[in-house]
Design a protein around this ligand. Structure first.
Ligand SMILES: Cc1cc2nc3c(=O)[nH]c(=O)nc-3n(C[C@H](O)[C@H](O)[C@H](O)COP(=O)(O)OP(=O)(O)OC[C@H]3O[C@@H](n4cnc5c(N)ncnc54)[C@H](O)[C@@H]3O)c2cc1C
Length: 483
């Protein structure tokens, strides 16, 4: 009997993280990547956070990536007049003491390259292999590409936000008359800002991603005067900036702009380099921090790209022997740096479940696989959803979207106790567990891995929390002045 084989579509962060895990668990796989080479340069930075870092460490590629990354110890935020509005100090030290790992910025391409280099058998990666069709056969799957047909037991769609696997999966489900997850949901996108998270509400997730912001991602020659280990943010009306710390005279940055309207699915815009240049020139005079203007860092950019920021977690993440992983299933605004880290944590959960299943059944049935994927959805869906909603809320706050959010971001945030802010951050970067069957990572901290977040994930910021804090401060001031 041929060994159980996983066909991974997409050789980026999700796909190669999964490939590393399967290799180390001795599960057969193949990666089909449409580009001619792994890790094309797209001009984007990547924030390595503890919950992704510890899994990379288990896989054996963290140390090399840590050397490439620019650690962040302090995060400073500036208002529209480039006056300091917020400052969170010693986050790096705090995260390291708590979880064993700091936060650091590096190129997304370096993460992909690091995962590729870490693979023992590179012949399992097939470049220039774009997937065109997927067929479900009696006992497995058949995947057509522009470079031949591949057979396996399951397909994992790690092919990003415009996932072709997702389209094929939806087509197959619909051809079978299975619209169960869509019934009654089309057009009923809930407002993620107002819904308190709960595991039970996960089925209310979207059938399409939506998009409220677009972003220019850049890597630039660092201007004079940037402080080492210090990342900085700029808060402006309907736009915001996130700049990583400096390494080797360069830094990564993201400029996020509110779109004129919210779009969904096929309506989400695509951009040309001319659109990017126009947007950058419109806001060229924005001062992100004293001495750093958007126009300057755009001019000094080594790589730069404009993309829409899709967001959300889709209802369906599997159908029969096809399952989605990473951005093909959940998209998170990059303001919190969670996308890749969450994808890695998801890959770990899926791999552990698959290994357990293969120990029980050498060739699992459709029913066993669907049970496995259902459990994966139930575990990873809610966490991804809360991280996506949090990122959207933080984006709205930092882009000073409403008078209330402006007041909160510019005048209240700075008074929040450091302990409170750090603990919220800690919860967000401690979601997801370790690979159960590999030795534990080389580092650990005072806080147990993922325990709290797994049991009871909590919202970082939403309207209720922000309103509650603002109300408490108002009451305190009234008591102070009038009592
Ligand atoms: C500009 C930018 C900045 C980001 N910054 C951060 C950050 O700081 N921290 C963080 O954690 N995350 C960040 N993210 C998100 C992060 O990059 C993704 O969440 C992460 O890469 C996981 O994506 P993925 O591997 O699922 O999909 P992708 O990275 O989109 O990769 C999909 C892969 O599938 C391939 N593919 C597509 N279609 C096919 C097909 N038909 N056949 C074969 N192959 C196919 C593509 O070529 C690609 O290699 C950022 C994302 C972007 C776009």
């Amino acid at each position: 009997m041929a060994p159980f084989r996983v066909i991974i579509v997409g050789g980026s962060v999700s796909g190669l993280a999964l490939a590393n895990m399967l290799e180390q668990y001795d599960i057969d796989f193949i990666v089909l990547e449409k580009h001619e080479s792994i890790a094309p340069q797209l001009g984007a930075g990547y924030a390595m956070l503890p919950h992704g870092a510890r899994i990379l460490d288990q896989l054996g590629c963290y140390d090399a990536l840590e050397k490439l990354s620019a650690p962040v110890d302090t995060m400073v935020g500036y208002d529209e007049n480039a006056e300091r509005a917020t400052r969170v100090s010693n986050i790096g030290t705090f995260l390291e003491e708590s979880l064993g790992y700091k936060m650091g910025f590096l190129e997304r391409q370096q993460v992909v390259r690091g995962l590729f280099d870490n693979l023992r058998n590179k012949s399992k990666i097939r470049n220039s292999c774009g997937v065109t069709r997927i067929h479900l056969t009696k006992e497995g799957v058949q995947v057509e590409t522009n470079a031949g047909v591949f057979e396996g037991d399951i397909v994992v769609g790690a092919d990003g936000v415009h996932s072709h696997v997702r389209r094929e999966m939806e087509g197959l489900a619909s051809a079978d008359g299975d619209d169960s997850l869509h019934d009654g949901q089309k057009g009923q996108h809930h407002d993620p800002l107002r819904n308190q998270f709960s595991r039970d509400t996960f089925v209310d997730s979207a059938t399409d991603f939506d998009c409220c912001y677009s972003a220019i991602f850049g890597t630039s020659v660092a201007p004079e005067g940037l402080i080492e280990n210090q990342a900085f943010k700029g808060f402006k009306s309907n736009r915001s900036y996130l700049c990583g710390s400096v390494k080797n005279g360069q830094f990564h940055w993201i400029a996020m702009f509110k779109n004129d309207e919210k779009t969904e699915g096929a309506q989400i815009p695509r951009y040309t380099p001319d659109d990017r240049d126009r947007l950058a020139s419109r806001y060229a005079n924005d001062i992100i921090q004293p001495g750093v203007r958007l126009g300057d860092i755009y001019r000094d950019a080594i790589k730069v790209t404009l993309v829409p920021l899709e967001q959300g977690v889709l209802s369906r993440c599997f159908y029969k022997r096809i399952v989605l992983l990473g951005d093909s299933w959940h998209k998170i605004n990059p303001i919190t740096g969670q996308g890749g880290n969450t994808a890695i944590a998801g890959a770990a959960y899926l791999t552990d479940g698959l290994k357990d299943l293969l120990d029980r059944e050498r060739k699992p049935t459709d029913a066993s696989l669907e049970k496995l994927f259902g459990d994966y959805r139930q575990n990873r869906g809610p966490i991804s959803k809360i991280l996506s909603e949090n990122a959207h809320f933080i984006q709205r706050m930092e882009a000073l979207e409403t008078p209330f959010l402006r007041f909160f971001q510019l005048h209240v945030m700075r008074y929040l106790p450091l302990k409170y802010v750090r603990n919220k951050l800690l919860t967000a970067v401690n979601t997801g567990s370790l690979l159960k069957r590999l030795p534990p990572p080389s580092r650990s901290g005072t806080v147990p891995v993922g325990v709290d977040a797994q049991k009871e994930p909590s919202v970082l910021f939403n309207y209720s929390i922000v309103t509650g804090i603002a109300a408490s401060i108002t009451v305190a001031l009234l008591i102070y002045f009038f009592a």
